[in-house]
Design a protein around this ligand. Structure first.
Ligand SMILES: Cc1cc2nc3c(=O)[nH]c(=O)nc-3n(C[C@H](O)[C@H](O)[C@H](O)COP(=O)(O)OP(=O)(O)OC[C@H]3O[C@@H](n4cnc5c(N)ncnc54)[C@H](O)[C@@H]3O)c2cc1C
Length: 460
């Protein structure tokens, strides 16, 4: 068995194309998409391990879409801040970094051109839960002379080991816990044996930011109140440990106390990895109850969301809901709605409900809504829309447009939970519009925390 065969046995790795190693290959290429970091990145570390075994350099390729169909200035400015730092850190580790501007809806053609020029011996990608088998098959045809592997870099327990869609947190929790000893370990940041010799025309730090100026972005959504990048993520993590981890179990559902980590944008863009966060929290000097409550969200709930997107191809629509939820929603489809709002009115926070409006404004202005209110926010959109299917679509569009952490499995799972009963159960008594979907009222939600302070903070 060769060193490469041994590496490929790692359960985080999926081998998509088994082409033989090209003796004329010049480097190992890591096509970075989701795990946009140089620190604690299992995909990057796999690339380095392979390159070291072959005595070759590593180069990272990143394709920037000139016209992204969904992302806007808010998302791109945060991402570019992170990528500029990642490029710098990779270069410090003697790894090449190439960013290319890509016309069209995909970076595939640019990537194929890059491979034709640079002849990789092996191509490594990071895993993305929404990618289908056929997309991976297509990816394998972009450069047929090298094997293609993907590495599940942004979950603790490799998502393919869970095999199928999990029904709820209670079914995934024991499966994850049983594997934590094996997978919740430091990723390790290897020495690179053969440095990338670099070439000026190949892209460098200024190129990433220069490219950003050429993007055709929706500039109507302003940058968020977050600094992008791994250093900022580590600072946010340190602050959370210092100020908010003690008490997290009690405070996390209090939007007025701001008791959560606010790490979701960094996790979404892969600027920090779940291993770094989970190990830091696990070993922190804080009550076990708080550490466990946080790890439940970061590992169990987050990986349940990844599982949903990986194994339910209809995750962006109400069609992903469980049969009981579909049934109860259709039984109540004709119920009278006390209020009906258009997507524009919702986007502009023009409803009769001051708490909902405040939550919407927090999202639009700051780029991040408190998690407790995200539940309320989506449920009210169900109540105020002509149909549950339309409510689901509006939630996805607003969430993905304004949340800095939008377009994430957590978002799709959260919306599916709020509207489609996903990972939940039927609740009684049956209510208009909701049927047996769990209900949240203004009165009970606003009583659970100091909602007046929150509404004041985010009033128009
Ligand atoms: C309708 C709705 C929409 C949502 N949209 C998104 C989204 O677009 N992007 C997103 O990342 N999260 C989303 N969530 C999940 C959750 O609300 C956010 O992850 C969390 O509020 C982020 O804040 P934090 O980092 O301070 O969380 P913390 O409480 O500090 O938790 C730490 C991390 O654990 C994970 N986590 C926390 N709560 C959940 C949860 N309920 N489900 C899955 N993972 C969780 C996140 O990665 C989070 O960063 C949504 C939830 C709902 C109900």
């Amino acid at each position: 068995m060769t060193a490469l065969d041994r590496l490929a046995l790692d359960p985080r790795i999926t081998v998509h194309a088994r082409a033989g190693i090209d003796p004329r290959g010049r480097c190992v290429v890591y096509r970075m998409r989701r795990a946009q970091r140089a620190l604690d990145n299992p995909a990057l570390e796999t690339a380095i391990a392979v390159a070291n075994a072959l005595e070759q350099p590593v180069v990272v390729f990143f394709g920037l879409l000139e016209r992204h169909p969904m992302a806007n200035l808010r998302h791109f400015s945060f991402m570019i801040e992170g990528l500029a730092e990642t490029a710098r850190e990779l270069m410090k580790r003697r790894i090449g970094f190439v960013a290319r501007l890509c016309p069209g809806l995909s970076s595939d053609s640019e990537f194929a051109r890059f491979c034709a020029d640079w002849r990789p011996t092996l191509v490594i990608c990071d895993e993305a839960p929404g990618r289908s088998v056929s997309q991976w098959q297509r990816e394998a045809t972009l450069y047929r002379s090298a094997p293609l592997w993907s590495v599940d870099a942004d979950v603790v327990v490799p998502s393919r080991l869970l095999e199928k869609e999990q029904f709820a947190a209670r079914t995934i929790r024991p499966r994850i816990r049983a594997r934590l000893d094996q997978f919740l370990k430091p990723v390790g940041n290897r020495e690179v044996r053969v440095p990338w010799d670099g070439r000026a025309d190949l892209g460098s730090l200024p190129l990433v930011t220069e490219l950003a100026d050429q993007l055709h972005l929706d500039r109507s959504v302003a940058p968020a109140h977050f600094q992008g990048g791994t250093a900022a993520a580590l600072t946010a993590l340190r602050r959370f440990l210092r100020d908010r981890l003690c008490g997290y179990a009690d405070n996390r559902n209090h939007p007025d106390l701001d008791g959560t980590s606010r790490l979701s944008p960094y996790l979404h863009f892969g600027q920090i990895g779940p291993h770094t966060v989970a190990l830091t929290v696990r070993d922190a000097d804080a009550p076990a109850r708080d550490r466990e409550a946080f790890l439940e969200e970061l590992v169990v709930r987050r990986e349940l969301a990844v599982n949903f997107v990986r194994y339910n191809p209809r995750f962006r629509s109400l069609a992903s809901a469980e049969p009981w939820a579909q049934r109860t929603l259709s039984e109540h489809a004709r119920d009278r709605r006390a209020y009906l709002y258009s997507e524009r009115q919702l986007a502009d926070a023009e409803t009769h409900d001051p708490l909902w409006n405040a939550a919407q404004r927090q999202m639009v202005i700051s780029g991040w809504m408190h998690g407790y209110l995200r539940m309320y926010w989506a449920k009210k959109i169900l109540e105020w829309s002509p149909s549950a299917a339309e409510a689901y679509n509006i939630c996805v569009r607003l969430n993905d447009r304004y949340e800095l952490d939008g377009r994430d499995p957590n978002g799709y799972a959260g919306i599916a939970w709020a509207i489609g009963g996903k990972h939940d159960r039927a609740w009684g008594p049956e209510r208009p519009v909701y049927g047996k979907i769990r209900y949240m009222s203004f009165a009970s939600t606003s009583r659970k925390f100091n909602s007046r302070a929150y509404i004041e903070q985010w009033s128009g």
